[in-house]
Design a protein around this ligand. Structure first.
Ligand code: NAG
Ligand code: NAG
Ligand code: NAG
Length: 256
């Protein structure tokens, strides 16, 4: 309970200081980590319970994830990849999102697609971090070492054109997708799902609509085997060390 109270306090403090906590808080990550922030809320070492999730208060932590998503989720993302604290120097600055900008949209996708498992949440965030290079990219810009955009490829899990067309159709209907395609081709369709809500929601849509029940259960089990099966048999690509490192960091951040 103590952990929960501290988290609520912290969230209230952040909210009070910001007119638009979700969109205009590029500096939230820095606030969260700055000694000034810790001093101001007077929590000292207790902050680490919030940020790090020691694993000793699983229940209150999970509740907090549901009650104050934009707060606890930010710290979990940062703990998975500290690179998400800033977009400084991003090659496509208008595509980059920090952890604090991304969190509310990712959280919204948990309820939209009923992603209740902490292990699945961790796996999806690790996948998005990998595919979008720590949320730096929204569209696919690279093939091998070349700067090449494959038409239609994008969103935070870097879905290919075929999937983005299916995703856009479920969200906006066949007519709107056909119109977008007629005027802008595959990138016209991609544009439909490139807003933050859809783009940070596509990983959750993908696993629930494209992966078998058994793959989904494997991911929810939190085992490395289950995660690897998801990558190789449903995402359809090779497992590698970066994917694994991010997944390990995420499972630890989510207390899996
Ligand atoms: C995440 O938390 C763990 C546990 O305290 C810590 O060892 C690790 O350095 C943190 N990672 C990041 C990227 O903040
Ligand atoms: C994130 O990584 C990119 C590319 O490696 C680097 O240029 C940038 O400085 C990093 N940002 C942070 C906040 O670590
Ligand atoms: C995982 O977290 C550690 C620190 O806790 C960090 O050094 C490492 O870069 C992270 N891994 C990835 C793939 O970001």
């Amino acid at each position: 309970m103590a952990t929960l109270k501290i988290m609520l306090l912290l969230c209230a403090w952040i909210a009070a200081g910001m007119a638009h906590p979700f969109h205009d808080d590029d500096n939230l990550a820095q606030h969260l980590h700055s000694p000034r922030a810790l001093k101001r809320i007077g929590l000292g070492g207790a902050f680490h319970e919030i940020n790090v999730d020691s694993g000793t208060e699983k229940h209150s932590r999970d509740t907090a994830d549901d009650d104050q998503p934009w707060c606890i989720l930010v710290s979990r993302i940062l703990n998975t990849s500290s690179n998400t604290s800033s977009c400084d120097g991003a090659r496509y600055p208008n595509e980059c999102r920090t952890a604090s900008q991304a969190a509310p949209f990712i959280y919204a996708s948990w309820s939209k697609y009923k992603i209740d498992s902490m292990a699945t949440r961790a796996a999806l965030v690790s996948l998005m971090l990998y595919e979008s290079s720590k949320f730096k990219y929204n569209w696919g810009h690279f093939v091998g070492d070349e700067t090449v955009h494959t038409p239609g490829k994008g969103t935070r899990n870097m879905q290919s054109a075929t999937y983005n067309e299916e995703y856009a159709t479920t969200l906006y209907g066949a007519d709107k997708v056909a119109q977008a395609k007629a005027s802008g081709g595959a990138d016209g369709v991609l544009t439909l799902v490139s807003g933050d809500e859809d783009s940070f929601g596509s990983a959750a849509w993908f696993i629930t609509s494209q992966c078998t029940e058994s793959v989904q259960q494997g991911v929810a089990s939190g085992t490395q085997e289950g995660f690897e099966e998801y990558i190789t048999s449903c995402i359809g690509t090779k497992m590698n060390q970066d994917r694994l490192d991010l997944w390990k960091n995420a499972t630890s951040a989510w207390g899996v």
